[in-house]
Design a protein around this ligand. Structure first.
Ligand code: CP
Length: 345
């Protein structure tokens, strides 16, 4: 049977079969090659995608906006704060209205545990156009698709199985970052037979169901999944290191109850105070030395320089972060093209 994603939602990579994920990866490769050859890819002409943001963005917004233009359609940017959502309009009603006027709805709702994923699924249940998750509290599936694309490019498509990836917490003083990137990485990389080592200090645990998915995915694919409590152990002999910060689990959960600005600020401050107890969780040249000589450094960006990572590492020869960031464009285009029409190529 031919694999098709037409009309499907893209909320968690766990919702997709391996064949569907591979279709997106092959389409991303094709779109990237065409982009670099300067060939047009007008496969969504006259189509409209709505980009609804509850949080800030540089890469994701621009990948989807530029991507939709390059596919021949138009992407509307919607700041949730200046829509009727801020007066309480429900996800179902908002979804029905936008679906009646366009062809796809992309949503970022990532800052509060137990909210964003539910919001997207409620919206998806109410409308008949694809809902694309641009980052929620559970997964960041457009990021991790770009990550696996980059890994395939770097190591070769047939060499992904058996690679060791260190997904580790790192110190950041800027803000309490969502849990969705590490959760998305442990669930997706275990699908592809990789050996995933997750490291974090006490209190920075991830949502249990994503950990359970990582365990069962690893069993099915022939990969492995472990959780350790120090960065060095995870880095040892790794092929890929992906150190990034995320928030304290219990505090991120409590954020749901913070409604006033003062309460939200206090919750944020408590998270950052906890982060400061682990300032030694930084990716530096000594730690890179624990990984394989051929290892690569990855990060979804933005990175807190001199906190999550030193300049020498992120700007050094092992870093592939800018290739990874560029691939956000090609994967965003593939996701929109494959869900909003029959396979384009
Ligand atoms: N990696 C990522 O999602 O970047 P933005 O927050 O800038 O979209």
């Amino acid at each position: 049977m031919t694999t098709s994603l037409k009309g499907k939602d893209y909320i968690e990579t766990q919702d997709l079969s391996l064949a569907e994920l591979n279709l997106l990866l092959e389409t991303s490769d094709e779109l990237k090659a065409k982009f670099h050859r300067g060939e047009p890819t007008v496969v969504l002409n006259n189509q409209t995608a709505y980009l609804l943001f509850f949080d800030k963005s540089t890469r994701t917004r621009n990948a989807f906006e530029a991507g939709m233009t390059q596919l021949g359609g138009h992407a509307h940017f919607l700041d949730a704060d200046v829509t009727q959502i801020s007066h309480g309009e429900t996800p179902a009603d908002t979804g029905k209205i936008l679906a009646a006027m366009g062809h796809g709805i992309c949503v970022r709702h990532d800052l509060v545990l137990d909210e964003g994923n539910k919001y997207m699924r409620e919206m998806a249940a109410s409308c008949n156009v694809p809902i694309i998750n641009m980052q929620c509290d559970v997964d960041h599936p457009t990021q991790t698709l770009a990550d696996i694309m980059t890994i395939r490019e770097h190591f070769g498509k047939d060499n992904v199985k058996g690679l060791k990836i260190a997904v580790t917490w790192a110190f950041a003083p800027s803000y309490a970052k969502p849990l969705s990137v590490p959760q998305g990485l442990i669930t997706l990389m275990t699908r592809f037979g990789m050996h995933v080592s997750l490291a974090h200090p006490k209190g920075y645990n991830l949502i249990e169901r994503t950990v359970e998915s990582a365990k069962s995915n690893a069993k099915e694919s022939g990969g492995t999944f472990e959780i350790v409590d120090d960065m060095d152990t995870a880095f040892e002999n790794a092929d890929i290191v992906y150190p990034k910060s995320w928030g304290v689990y219990d505090l991120m959960l409590e954020r749901q109850n913070a409604t006033t600005k003062a309460e939200i600020d206090a919750n944020q401050q408590a998270c950052l105070e906890m982060n400061h107890k682990h300032k030694d969780w930084i990716c530096d040249e000594r730690r890179m030395g624990l990984a394989k000589k051929s290892a690569v450094y990855m990060h979804c960006l933005p990175a807190d320089r001199d906190a999550e990572v030193t300049d020498a590492v992120i700007d050094g020869p092992q870093s592939i972060v800018f290739q990874e960031a560029e691939n956000r464009l090609h994967t965003a285009k593939a996701i929109m093209a494959c869900t909003m029409r029959e396979r384009p190529f």
